[in-house]
Structures are given as C-alpha cells and as structure tokens.
Design a protein around this ligand. Structure first.
Ligand SMILES: Cc1cc2nc3c(=O)[nH]c(=O)nc-3n(C[C@H](O)[C@H](O)[C@H](O)COP(=O)(O)O)c2cc1C
Length: 254
C-alpha cells in the first residue's frame, strides 16, 4: 500500500511540506509505505495545448503520473497565494492524468500562511479537482498560521483514514465516467467547507484568533464582535456578519 504525499509549494522546507509530512506520518503508522514528492523538482509546464484535455500528459513528466497511478491514496498540499492555490499545483492538476483515479482516497491541505485570507477558497480548489477527477476525498484541512499547530496534530489521523479507505477501495459505481456523477455529486455534498464564502472565512479566522489570544487586552472586545457577527450570520445578514467578523479579526491580528 502506497500513500503519496505531493508538496505543491516551491519552498521545500516550508509549511506545506510540514503539513503533508504530518499526514504521511499517520499513514506510515498504519503500516503504509509513504513517499513524499515536491512538484518543484519536476518539469511541469502550464497546459498550453490547442487540443483537448487528453493533451495534458505532454505537460507533466510521465514519471509523475505513473507515481500517482501506483499510489493507493494521495495527499495533496498547496500554499495559498492571493486566495487560491499556487500556479504550480494548479498546473499539475490541469495536466496530470491518473487512469485509476475513480474512488482513489485523497486528502487536500491548503495553507494560507499570511493573513489567513483564502483558507477556504484555497482548499476548495483542490477539492474541485478531486471532485472532477472522481476521487474519494476525505474532509479538507484548511490551515493558517493561527491553527498550524492544531492542524499538524490532527493530520496524522487524516493519513490513517486514507490507509483504512485504501484497504477497502470504493470506486464510484457506473460503467463509465459519465455514469457516475449522481453518486459523485452525492458524496461531495457531504464534504464540509465546499460551500463556504469570504464571510465564513473571516468568521473562522476570528474564531482561530480568539482561541490563541488568551490574556490579550483586546480579547473581550473581539469576542463581543465575533458573537455579534455570528448572531447576524444566523439572522441571514451576511454583510453585517462580515463587518463584525473583520473587526474581531483586526483586534487580535498579530
Ligand atoms: C505570491 C504570494 C501570495 C500570497 N497570498 C496569500 C494569501 O492570499 N493569504 C495568505 O494567508 N497567505 C498568502 N501568502 C503567504 C503564504 O500562504 C505562506 O507564506 C505559506 O506559508 C506558503 O506556504 P509554504 O510555507 O509551504 O511555502 C502568499 C504568499 C505569496 C508568495
């Protein structure tokens, strides 16, 4: 059993690498063979064909798609750049072709390591790919520098979960790709965070900062702003919720 960890950041010793590694450690502890690769080590080019999607194989080295095919499960980690995954990871996703992708267990991790903005939109991009490629993704791990330690502690369980799933593979039923969408869309309807927007992001960021800001003079005020934001969100006032969530975030930002 092979679990492949794919690091999409050009920084080989950065946060993405540490997060992917944490998931792989969990997989290894469950007896899987693990392998970590860095996309920056491969000659990946932007998809630049005038032809169709099948041309993708020209832009990713065969070695890389062979590895993805050999893997029983994938961990894909990417840094967030301006609210989305970085281009290198996207280029890989655009072009890699994995013939046995149906139902392959997969975990996506995105790290918004600066302001934290994009913590959901980044990881959503990875999950859009998992969905379109009909893999069987487990719950996403959106990470910021505020919850990095918690994410590092939680990710080994994600890696272990991939191993369990890979032991009893569950391809989506259907004779061909186009016959499987009803099951695929139903499966992805249960995955959390895929419906989140920028207001949800600020609510989550404010919550993360409140959690790590014990003893800070502005904590009580920030908590009150966050409580107001959550009430407004419940009442359906998304604009008001966003304003108060940003205020809570700004009070505690370090
Ligand atoms: C071009 C660029 C854009 C970035 N945009 C964001 C952003 O929108 N939100 C955020 O929280 N961090 C942003 N960052 C910070 C990175 O997410 C952060 O440095 C992260 O740790 C990078 O992952 P790495 O450590 O694996 O390289 C940006 C960094 C770069 C280089």
């Amino acid at each position: 059993m092979l679990v492949l960890g794919i690091v999409g950041s050009p920084r080989k010793e950065g946060r993405t690498n540490a997060l992917v590694d944490a998931a792989l450690q969990g997989a290894a502890a469950r007896g899987a063979q693990v392998q970590r690769i860095h996309l920056i080590d491969y000659a990946i080019r932007p998809f630049a064909s005038q032809g169709g999607a099948a041309d993708g194989v020209r832009f990713v080295p065969a070695e890389l798609y062979d590895l993805c095919e050999q893997a029983d499960a994938l961990v894909l980690g990417a840094p967030v750049y301006f609210g989305d995954i970085n281009g290198l990871t996207k280029d890989f996703m655009d072009s890699v072709r994995i013939r046995n992708e149906n139902g392959k267990p997969a975990l996506g991790i995105a790290i918004a390591g600066g302001s934290g903005k994009g913590l959901f939109s980044g990881v959503q991009s990875i999950y859009h790919w998992f969905y379109h490629r009909q893999m069987r993704a487990i719950d996403p791990t959106p990470v910021t520098r505020f919850n990095m330690e918690a994410a590092l502690s939680a990710l080994p369980a994600g890696g272990a979960c991939l191993v369990e799933m890979a032991q009893a593979p569950q391809p989506f039923p259907g004779a061909g790709r186009e016959d499987r969408w009803a099951e695929v869309v139903a499966y992805y309807a249960t995955i959390p965070l895929l419906d989140k927007d920028p207001v949800d992001e600020f609510l989550a960021l404010a919550q993360q900062l409140v959690t790590i800001s014990k003893g800070k003079p502005a904590l009580a005020e920030a908590q009150a702003e966050l409580a107001r934001a959550l009430t407004l969100a419940e009442q359906g006032d998304r604009a008001g919720a966003g304003r108060h969530a940003v205020r809570a975030y700004e009070l505690l930002l370090i």
